[in-house]
Design a protein around this ligand. Structure first.
Ligand SMILES: NC(=O)c1ccc[n+]([C@@H]2O[C@H](COP(=O)([O-])OP(=O)(O)OC[C@H]3O[C@@H](n4cnc5c(N)ncnc54)[C@H](O)[C@@H]3O)[C@@H](O)[C@H]2O)c1
Length: 305
């Protein structure tokens, strides 16, 4: 989707952090912005930027797990700007940590509801509207580097974000031949409000306040992280570029490439050393490969501004 000017982007979790970075980058392309977020105060604060820069933007209060509210939010966006062209399913929470056998049922339910079903709700409510108007469009969902290289102790987060990767790969496959594309955004570390917003969202949805952050993590980042975690505007620029290029995967930190490579190599080595039956791919070509993978081109370095 090369020309974004005058088109409308509906961005969940757009009131803060990466979502707000994406909203600002989309606005810089001349798009109308719909910020859909659960936290009203954060929406109001975010809208100040667009008002003061004279950029077209509205806010809608939405919990992405609420399907009825999603419909009203999409209706409000269309009332304001006519059509939605780009859906950015970015709302998400940092989940309760610890090994999977130790996390509570409540935390598991909320993680899956927000990070996975919340994304599916966006696809089911908004994608049919994008397909119906016929002007073309794009769907992006924010997964995480955690779906590319998993880490210990973050099982709930890893499984929900891995589901988002599978969802967007499947969507890109199902949308082939249409003027609508799909990408998965799998960022590394950015400086955002994820700790605070996840605590607020989890408390609102479970009635239980999550544990306090570890000492030294409440009000910022440890010194050793400085220069390694990035400004959300960088994320926004990469997402906009990915939409325009039609990338299947929008990635951020080359530091994770070796970890991914070792995962891909491990899976390759785990296939039994046996000769494949050539008839298998003749009879089941849709199981043995997927043409969307071959379409992903090499992504160049992001130009410095
Ligand atoms: N910050 C990072 O380093 C990082 C890395 C990888 C992936 N991510 C992902 O990026 C996305 C954005 O997070 P962020 O880091 O910018 O944090 P953030 O807290 O700055 O932004 C997240 C926003 O999502 C909103 N939100 C949460 N649950 C919601 C719900 N149920 N309905 C509607 N809105 C909801 C919050 O209110 C908040 O405004 C998340 O999906 C997160 O998992 C973040």
């Amino acid at each position: 989707m090369e020309n974004l000017r005058g088109k409308t982007a509906f961005i969940t979790g757009g009131a803060s952090g990466i979502g707000l970075g994406i909203a600002k980058a989309c606005a810089a392309e001349g798009m109308n912005i719909v910020i859909a977020d659960m936290r009203k105060a954060a929406i109001d604060e975010a809208l100040e930027y667009f008002k003061s820069s004279n950029l077209p933007a509205i806010g809608v209060e939405l919990n992405v797990t609420d399907r009825e509210a999603y419909k009203s939010a999409a209706d409000s966006a269309e009332s304001a700007f006519g059509k939605i062209h780009v859906l950015v399913n970015n709302a998400g929470i940092g989940c309760s940590s610890g090994p999977l056998w130790s996390v509570s049922h409540k935390d598991a339910d909320v993680a899956v509801a927000v990070n996975l079903i919340g994304v599916l709700n966006g696809v089911q409510e908004i994608l049919p509207r994008i397909i119906a108007h016929g002007e073309g469009g794009h769907v992006v969902a924010t997964a995480s580097k955690s779906a590319i290289v998993t880490s210990a102790g973050t099982g709930l987060y890893n499984i929900t974000k891995s589901g988002v990767v599978a969802m967007m790969e499947t969507l890109a496959t199902d949308l082939q031949g249409t003027p609508v594309g799909a990408s998965v955004f799998a960022p590394g570390g950015y400086i955002t409000n994820l700790g605070q917003s996840s605590a607020a969202v989890t408390a609102a949805m479970t009635g239980v306040a999550p544990p306090a952050p570890p000492p030294g993590m409440a009000g910022g980042i440890p010194d050793s992280w400085v220069g390694l975690v990035r400004d959300p505007l960088d994320a926004g620029r990469r997402v906009v570029r990915g939409i325009k290029r039609g990338d299947l995967y929008i990635l951020t930190h080359a530091e994770f490439k070796a970890g991914w490579q070792s995962r891909a190599d491990a899976i390759t080595r785990a296939f039994p050393d046996e000769t494949p039956n050539p008839r298998y791919s003749e009879v089941f070509p849709f199981l043995t490969g997927n043409p969307i993978y071959g379409k992903q081109e090499q992504v160049p370095a992001l130009p410095t501004e």
